[in-house]
Design a protein. Structure first.
Length: 365
């Protein structure tokens, strides 16, 4: 159709018109001055491609794997809470869309649909994102996820305390939809919420999980463990030494700590720190297929999208999420053709120009 969205930014514009102001702000906002949220996007624009021509790309391969799970292309669905804000079918619609695109979905602890409902609807691989809310709740969630058929646990580590998003404070926004994973639990909302749930940021303070707790967490399940929110090489090295199977380099979309480097800027030092001992993934700021190729050429295995999921849901529900994923698939393939690359798992390291100073504690001259 002539007026169909042709890129993710078209979906963003339509979603802003479709959603109530406070719901849009909840999805779009970052923490404090939103410096990190903006930097997540601008940092990708600092990376430039070095295209190669007169090469055969007839047998182009864009499929990949994440811990042995097959993906038809290197983009997965990030864990993001409360999809019901954008569409009544919530995470069930997102799971169906991910399955149609033959890719992986990470389900948030703070989903409106329960993990069992999502597992029943899904046709693709599922990983469960875990907010540690104390040992008893964590144990319950991990056991349920394994029983429901989830293939990995993704522990979010960058939420030691709540982080105010000032747009939500001004709107006095409150997520009123139920959290499906705690339905009929009898627990107060502030005991089960994530980090951004109430106007007064009244969230119970469970003791943050530490490196010493990973052995206990491992004892709960045989599933692989991925750490989400690793920001620096020092922590990536510790994670690899603890035997985690994956690291998701993430700024939480700039929704937790502001004034940090972007996710893509952190990739060189993290890839170097783990030395191939675990897989590395990335989220935050991905909007184009060229962003995907840039990240993969730096050593990332696959990238995730978060806010664009809401844009697709708000606009067209399940079809919208599927179309968002398919637009990225098309752009990934086109970018590979222009760059003379035939396999996303074997991109040339010289494919991009990386700005001076991207690395541990470095600055421009």
């Amino acid at each position: 159709m002539p007026n169909d969205p042709i890129n993710l930014y078209d979906y963003e514009a339509r979603a802003k018109l479709a959603l109530f102001h406070d719901a849009w702000d909840f999805i779009d906002a970052g923490a404090m001055d939103e410096f990190t949220t903006k930097r997540n996007r601008s940092a990708f624009d600092q990376l430039t491609l070095r295209p190669r021509f007169m090469r055969s790309v007839e047998e182009r391969k864009i499929s990949t794997t994440m811990l042995g799970e097959d993906l038809s292309f290197p983009v997965f669905v990030c864990p993001a809470g409360s999809h019901g804000i954008a569409h009544p079918d919530g995470e069930v619609a997102t799971a169906r869309a991910a399955g149609r695109s033959n890719t992986l979905m990470m389900l948030s602890t703070s989903s409106n649909c329960s993990m069992e409902e999502v597992a029943e609807a899904a046709t693709g691989p599922l990983w469960f994102q875990l907010y540690h809310r104390g040992k008893s709740l964590t144990e319950m969630l991990v056991h349920r996820a394994e029983e429901a058929g989830f293939k990995a646990i993704v522990l979010t580590i960058d939420t030691p305390v709540p982080s105010p998003k000032e747009r939500d404070l001004r709107n006095r926004f409150e997520r009123k939809l139920e959290l499906g994973n705690f339905r009929d639990s009898g627990l107060a909302r502030n005991e089960i919420s994530g980090t951004d749930d109430t106007p007064g940021w009244d969230v119970s303070r469970a003791d943050p999980i530490t490196w010493n707790d990973l052995t206990w967490l491992r004892s709960l399940t045989s599933l692989p463990l991925v750490l989400k929110g690793v920001r620096v090489g020092e922590d990536a090295k510790i994670a690899a030494e603890h035997g985690v199977e994956g690291i998701l380099v993430s700024t939480h979309g700039g929704r937790q700590l502001d004034q940090t480097m972007s996710s893509i800027e952190m990739v060189p030092e993290i890839v170097e720190a783990v030395k191939g001992k675990c897989e590395v993934y990335l989220d935050s700021g991905v909007r184009r297929g060229s962003d995907v190729i840039k990240a993969l050429s730096m050593g990332v295995k696959a990238v995730g999208i978060g806010r664009p999921l809401y844009w697709g849901l708000a606009t067209e529900g399940e079809d919208g999420v599927h179309n968002v994923l398919e637009l990225l698939r098309e752009e990934v393939g086109r970018c590979m053709d222009f760059c003379g690359q035939s396999d996303v798992s074997n991109l040339e390291s010289a494919l991009i120009n990386i700005p001076y100073g991207w690395g541990a504690g470095t600055t421009s001259p």
